[in-house]
Design a protein around this ligand. Structure first.
Ligand code: GLC
Length: 424
C-alpha cells in the first residue's frame, strides 16, 4: 500500500547511504565458499535441523551451523545489530524480520541481492518482496510470510450454536454463550501478544486498523491520534478491564499464548499460522487436537486487518563465504524446501502458488484464510529508525493496556513521538 512507498522517501531522509557501515560492496560479486553460520530466532517448529541437514549432506564443504537467537523478535534484532556494528563474521546468513530491512540496508550490514540469480523471486508473493527492498534495491530473499488469524474452538462454538465472529462484538457474544456451557466455564475469551515487544506493535496496529484507523497514513505521516484509532485501542483496553482478555495475557508473546490455547484455556486466540501444526500434534502436548479451526481476524464493524509479518534471509556484509551463503538462501527459498517447511511447520511460505495447491489445501484448511489474511495485510512502517518507532508504539500500547495512561492520552503522546521520529 501507499504507506510503504512514501516511507521510502522517509527512509532516505533518515540517513540512508550516508550512514554506511562500510561493510557491503553494494552490487558486488558474492564471493567466497566454505562453512557458514545461519542466525535465526528460536526454532519453535523443530523442523529447521531437517532443512539444514538436507543442505549439509549435499554440501559437506559448505556446512551450515545454526545459531539460535532468542524467541522474541526484539532479542533477535539486538544480537544481529550488535554483530553487525562490530563487523563480525559470526552470522553469515541473517533471518531478518520483515521490519528490519531498511535499518540493515541503510547501514550496509547486508549485501544487495542480485535479483537475476535468485529464481524464487519470480514465484514469491509480491508483498513479501516489497518487505525485502530498500530504496528500490533488494537486500534479502523472502522465505516465510506471516498473517494473523483467529484460532477458535470449533467444538465449543458448535455446541453453543454460534458462528465464528466477524466483529469484536460478535466475539464477545460468542464468549458469553460458550462460557455459559459447563465446558466453557472459567475459559478465557480472547488473547493475542501483549507483552512489551514487537508482537505488541503487531497487535496494537491490528486493533487500530481493524477499527478503520492507521498508525502511519498513506502520506507517510503518523496519524494515530484519531477517533478510529481510539476505538481500536479501546477494544483492547476494555477487553483487559472486563477480563475478556485474561490478565495473564499482558505477559504473552507468541509461545505463552500458544500454550494457553493448547491447554484449552482460551476460546479465541490471535496467532500466526505456525500454531496450527503445533496445536495439532498428537504427542499429548496439545489438548485441542481436532477441536479448533481458523477464521479471519475480526474487526470493529466487520472483518479485521492483519499486520504483515514474515522473514527474509539476508547475507551479512561481513561474511567471508558469501557465495555459499547465497546458495544456501537459494536452497531454502526453493519450492521443494518451502513446501516441506509448510507441511512440517505450517509456517506461511513466500512461494505464492503453494497456497493454491488443492492437495495442500485439503490437508491444511488454514491455507485459504491465511492467503486472504496476507493479501489484505498492512505493512509496518519501513523506516531506518524502526527500532525507535516500534519502541514508541510498544510503550504507548503497554501504558494504555496496563492503565498507566488513558487510551486517548497514550495516542496523543504517541502521535507526538512518532512525528519527531518520522520526519520528511
Ligand atoms: C512473527 C512475524 C514477524 C513479527 C513477529 C512479532 O515472527 O513473522 O514479522 O514481527 O512475529 O512477534
Amino acid at each position: 500500500m501507499a504507506v510503504a512507498s512514501s516511507l521510502v522517501l522517509l527512509a532516505s531522509a533518515c540517513g540512508g547511504d550516508e550512514e554506511a557501515g562500510g561493510g557491503a560492496t553494494t552490487g558486488g560479486a558474492l564471493e567466497g565458499r566454505g562453512p557458514i553460520t545461519f542466525a535465526t530466532g528460536k526454532d519453535t517448529s523443530g523442523f529447521l535441523p531437517a532443512q539444514v541437514s538436507a543442505w549439509n549432506s549435499q554440501h559437506p564443504e559448505e556446512k551450515v551451523t545454526v545459531v539460535e537467537l532468542p524467541e522474541s523478535a526484539d532479542g533477535q534484532r539486538q544480537q544481529m545489530v550488535q554483530a553487525s556494528q562490530n563487523k563480525q563474521d559470526s552470522f553469515s546468513v541473517l533471518n531478518l524480520d520483515v521490519v528490519w530491512t531498511a535499518e540493515f540496508a541503510a547501514n550496509r550490514w547486508v549485501e544487495e541481492i542480485p535479483r537475476d540469480s535468485f529464481p524464487s523471486l519470480s514465484a514469491a508473493i509480491p508483498a513479501t518482496i516489497k518487505t525485502a527492498e530498500y530504496r528500490g534495491k533488494l537486500y534479502a530473499v523472502p522465505i516465510t510470510s506471516d498473517g494473523g488469524m483467529l484460532y477458535y474452538r470449533k467444538d465449543l462454538l458448535t455446541k453453543a450454536g454460534v458462528q465464528p465472529p466477524a466483529t469484536w462484538a460478535e466475539m464477545a457474544t460468542a464468549c458469553q454463550k460458550v462460557q455459559a456451557l459447563p465446558e466453557g466455564k472459567g475459559m478465557g475469551c480472547y488473547a493475542g501478544q501483549f507483552e512489551k515487544y514487537e508482537g505488541l506493535t503487531v497487535n496494537f496496529s491490528e486493533a487500530i486498523n481493524g477499527a478503520g484507523g492507521v498508525v502511519v497514513g498513506e502520506d507517510g505521516k503518523p496519524n494515530v491520534d484519531t477517533p478510529e484509532a481510539l476505538a481500536g485501542l479501546e477494544f483492547l483496553v476494555n477487553a483487559f478491564k472486563s477480563g475478556a482478555i485474561p490478565k495473564a495475557a499482558i505477559t504473552y508473546k507468541e509461545e505463552e499464548g500458544r500454550r494457553a490455547f493448547q491447554d484449552g484455556k482460551l476460546l479465541f486466540h490471535r496467532q500466526w499460522p505456525y500454531q496450527y501444526a503445533l496445536a495439532s500434534k498428537t504427542d499429548g502436548s496439545s489438548k485441542v487436537v481436532g477441536k479448533f479451526a481458523v477464521a479471519p481476524l475480526p474487526g470493529l464493524n466487520g472483518p479485521g486487518v492483519s499486520t504483515l509479518g514474515g522473514h527474509n534471509y539476508a547475507i551479512s556484509a561481513f561474511a567471508k563465504n558469501k557465495a555459499s551463503a547465497a546458495d544456501f538462501i537459494k536452497f531454502m527459498a526453493s519450492e521443494e524446501r518451502q513446501s516441506a517447511n509448510l507441511q512440517a511447520s505450517s509456517q506461511a511460505p513466500a512461494w505464492a502458488s503453494l497456497y493454491d495447491d488443492t492437495a495442500l489445501q485439503a490437508k491444511f484448511p488454514y491455507l485459504t484464510p491465511l492467503k486472504a489474511s496476507i493479501e489484505k495485510a498492512q505493512p509496518r512502517p519501513a523506516v531506518v529508525k524502526y527500532g525507535d518507532v516500534t519502541a514508541a508504539i510498544q510503550e504507548a500500547a503497554y501504558d494504555a493496556l496496563t492503565e498507566k495512561k488513558q487510551p486517548k492520552q497514550a495516542l496523543t503522546d504517541l502521535q507526538t513521538k512518532l512525528s519527531s521520529l518520522i520526519t520528511q
